[in-house]
Ligand binder design. Structure first.
Ligand code: AP5
Ligand code: MG
Ligand code: ZN
Length: 215
C-alpha cells in the first residue's frame, strides 16, 4: 500500500485534528497542519512583510486568517519533505487552493460536515495537550485522568481562540472564505463528504474506508 496524500476539509471544530491523528496511526502519513505549525510560531516576527500585525498570534487569537504569504510558505516546506500526508487547515481560501495545486497532487479529498450549534459546543469544550497537541473534549472525548494527556502526560489547556467570541468569528471567517473552497473541490470525482456529527468511531470508520479507496 502506498502512502496516500489526503486533504481533510471542514469547519473549525469538525474533527479534522482528531481524525488526522487516526490517519497518521493507520496509514503512517504525516500530519501537516497549519494551525499547529502557526501555534508553535505565534510570536514569529513577520513585521518585514508590512502587514496589519507583526506576529501570527495577533491574527489567530481573534480568529482571523493569518496572511497567505506566511501560510503558503509553511505548507510548501512541509509537503516537500512528506511522502504521504493528511493536510488539515489548509487551504482556507481560494487563493490558497490555487497555490496548493502548484505544490502537489492529492489522492483524496474528504470534507467533514457539522452544524453550527454543534461546532460551538465542541470548540468551547475542547481541551488540547500543551505538549503534543492531542485533542480532547470535556464531555465527548475525555482523557483517562482529568487534565492530563493520555499520549504524553502533558497538561490539557484551553486554546485562546476557543473562547466563545473568537469561536463565533472563526465560524464567520469560515463561511466567507473556506466554504467556497469546499464548493470548489466538491466537483472533483474523488471528493467525499462525511457527516461529521456522528460519533467519533463512526466518522473514523467512514473516513478510513474513503482513504482505503484512494490507495
Ligand atoms: P486551526 O488550528 O486549523 O483551527 P480550525 O480550523 O479552527 O480547526 P480546529 O482545530 O478548531 O478544529 P478541528 O476540525 O481540528 O476539530 P478537533 O478535531 O479539534 O487554525 C487556528 C487558526 O490558525 C485560524 O483561526 C487562523 O488564525 C490560523 N490558520 C490556520 N490555518 C490557516 C490558513 N491556512 N490560512 C490562514 N490562517 C490559518 O475537534 C474539536 C472538538 O470536538 C474536540 O474537543 C474533539 O474532541 C471534539 N470532537 C471531534 N469529533 C467529534 C465527534 N465526532 N463527536 C463529538 N465530539 C467530537
Ligand atoms: Mg485542528
Ligand atoms: Zn500530549
Amino acid at each position: 500500500m502506498g502512502q496516500p496524500k489526503i486533504l481533510l476539509l471542514g469547519p473549525p471544530g469538525a474533527g479534522k485534528g482528531t481524525q488526522s491523528s487516526n490517519l497518521v496511526e493507520a496509514f503512517g502519513v504525516e500530519h501537516v497542519t497549519t494551525g499547529d505549525a502557526l501555534r508553535s510560531n505565534k510570536e514569529m516576527d513577520i513585521s518585514d512583510l508590512g502587514l496589519e500585525y507583526d506576529t501570527p498570534g495577533e491574527y489567530m487569537d481573534q480568529g482571523e486568517l493569518v496572511p497567505d504569504e506566511v501560510v503558503n510558505a509553511i505548507v510548501e516546506k512541509a509537503l516537500t519533505s512528506a511522502d504521504g500526508f493528511v493536510l488539515d487547515g489548509y487551504p482556507r481560501n481560494l487563493e490558497q487552493a490555487e497555490q496548493l495545486e502548484s505544490m502537489t497532487d492529492l489522492d483524496g479529498i474528504v470534507s467533514l460536515s457539522v452544524s453550527e450549534d454543534e461546532l460551538v459546543d465542541r470548540l468551547t469544550g475542547r481541551r488540547v495537550c500543551d505538549e503534543c497537541g492531542e485533542n480532547y473534549h470535556v464531555e465527548f472525548d475525555q482523557p483517562e485522568n482529568e487534565g492530563v494527556c493520555d499520549e504524553c502526560g502533558g497538561e490539557l489547556i484551553q486554546r485562546e481562540d476557543d473562547e466563545e467570541d473568537a469561536v463565533r468569528n472563526r465560524l464567520d471567517v469560515f463561511a466567507e472564505n473556506t466554504e467556497p473552497v469546499i464548493e470548489y473541490y466538491s466537483d472533483r470525482a474523488d471528493f467525499v463528504d462525511i457527516d461529521g456529527e456522528q460519533s467519533l468511531d463512526t466518522v473514523w470508520e467512514e473516513l478510513q474506508a474513503a482513504v482505503e479507496d484512494t490507495v
